[in-house]
Design a protein around this ligand. Structure first.
Ligand SMILES: COc1ccc([C@@H]2N[C@@H](C)[C@@H](O)[C@H]2O)cc1
Length: 449
């Protein structure tokens, strides 16, 4: 291995209480809200085909006109208590809010930038009331912060001249000041979600990103920061030049999920997902495939089964309300989580052989393994193959009328669970009580349905 000064400083997952809490939460809510919600992907009758929060970079968008949108930011229907209530109903245990996206507009009245809500008709702090409302519901808050800042004259994507380096030096002080300010203003936040760290200016400054992370940890012990912040001294990101994960969890799963356990190497990880194919900020016209609640639930289940968190993104409108499709999904997921949430919270990789009908999720630290069935086989029976030395003690379903009769034992530790032929319209959950013992007769009590 290479001697790295600014590579991973820890091998293996964090074992502290803050990280254990994050790991148990499993379902998060991402919120992308800012000036980009005003155009909502359209400008002067034309539709922007990119992600709505990137409209400033569209050739049809005069940047000065975009930058002046702050004069229209006035979310008269913004009700953070309602936002928190609906997130709580959905079953989200943490929320990530964009304090500042790439456009540099700050949703808090920053001392270090004029380009904030303080200059808008709204005038007031957006972030504070949101943090308070979510915390009051017992939901942890993480702050999304973009290192890229198109509004800051000292921002540089690359350092080409000595003047660039002097400007970028000022920019780094600005970044550190804003992050310090955010922690001082919102001391209950549990971590940062960094973005906009792919440019050369940042990638080639691994020592700064490392010092910054350590500075933030000292300022706010226990802070949780993903792998997207850091670069090592050779410009490697997420995984250092020795292949070791930097930060507290793998933060690269954006609009995509790992397929199997081997893809995550036992690391903590988090997947963030849009409901449309690729829109984070509000876009008036959702095109392409819009994920159903069942699709989002299956992604949540898959994430928990692979030992990771799943965060669903929402893009509120400029007035502070949510679009119908997003409210609908929060309500449908809420219904599912109220019945099946016990399979998700505290869930992790069960280490069982994957079957076609769906996913196994182990309640961390126990012998309870949930089966979440997403693909009911036409045979009407679910095959369960237990790892060696594992005995099946009991089988129950979280809802009634799922299992018919007693599971059939075939071979040493294989079972067929027969299903009640009701056609289910959502994933359903069966709980396996197992035990690690060498009894080879695998005695089996009658399954209770
Ligand atoms: C260069 O490609 C991207 C893709 C997405 C992003 C941002 N990350 C997501 C979490 C959103 O904030 C999106 O704007 C930035 C650059």
């Amino acid at each position: 291995t290479l001697p790295l000064e600014h590579g991973a400083h820890r091998i293996g997952n964090r074992t502290d209480a803050d990280m254990a809490r994050w790991r148990s939460q499993r379902l998060g809510q991402f919120i992308h809200w800012g000036l980009y919600a005003i155009p909502g992907g359209e400008w002067k009758g034309k539709t922007y085909n990119g992600a709505a929060e990137w409209i400033r970079s569209w050739k049809e968008m005069p940047q000065q006109e975009y930058d002046n949108l702050y004069k229209q930011f006035n979310p008269v229907n913004y009700q953070p208590e309602e936002w928190a209530q609906q997130a709580n109903d959905m079953g989200a245990k943490y929320m990530i809010i964009t304090t500042k996206h790439h456009d540099g507009f700050c949703l808090w009245p920053s001392k270090y930038s004029k380009y904030s809500v303080a200059a808008s008709p709204w005038k007031k702090d957006i972030i504070g009331p949101m943090v308070d409302a979510y915390n009051k519901k017992g939901i942890d808050v993480y702050l999304y912060f973009s290192i890229i800042d198109w509004n800051q004259p000292d921002w540089r994507a690359a350092l080409k001249t000595p003047a660039d380096s002097i400007a970028y030096q000022r920019f780094k002080v600005f970044v550190k000041n804003q992050l310090t300010e955010l922690l001082q203003r919102y001391p209950t936040v549990k971590g940062f979600w960094f973005d906009g760290t792919w440019d050369d200016s940042w990638k080639n400054d691994g020592s700064f990103s490392d010092e910054l992370e350590q500075y933030l940890q000292r300022l706010h012990p226990g802070l949780i920061i993903g792998s997207r912040l850091r670069a090592d001294e050779k410009g490697a990101r997420h995984f250092d030049s020795n292949g070791r994960l930097m930060g507290d969890y793998e933060q690269g799963w954006e609009r995509k999920l790992p397929e199997k356990s081997a893809d995550v190497h036992g690391n903590d990880w988090e997947g963030v997902m849009t409901i449309p194919e690729n829109q984070w900020g509000y876009n008036a016209r959702w095109a392409g495939h819009i994920k159903s609640s069942n699709e989002l639930i299956e992604m949540l289940v898959k994430s928990a089964s692979l030992g990771g968190n799943f965060v669903i993104n929402f893009g509120p409108k400029s007035d502070g309300t949510f679009r119908t499709e997003e409210v609908q999904r929060m309500q449908e997921i809420s219904r599912w989580m109220k019945i099946n949430g016990s399979a998700i919270y505290g869930g992790t990789d069960a280490g069982f052989a994957k079957q076609d009908w769906g996913y196994y999720i182990r309640k961390s630290g126990t012998d309870s393994v949930y089966m979440v069935v997403c693909n009911v086989p036409v045979s009407g029976q679910l095959r369960v193959k237990l790892p060696a030395q594992t005995t099946l003690v009991n089988v129950t379903s979280l809802e009634k009328n799922i299992i018919s009769g007693t599971p059939e034992l075939i071979g040493k530790n294989e079972y067929f669970i027969h299903l009640d032929h009701k056609n289910q319209d959502a994933p359903f959950v069966i709980l396996l009580q197992t035990s690690k013992d060498s009894r080879d007769n695998s005695g089996f009590e009658k399954a209770k349905t």
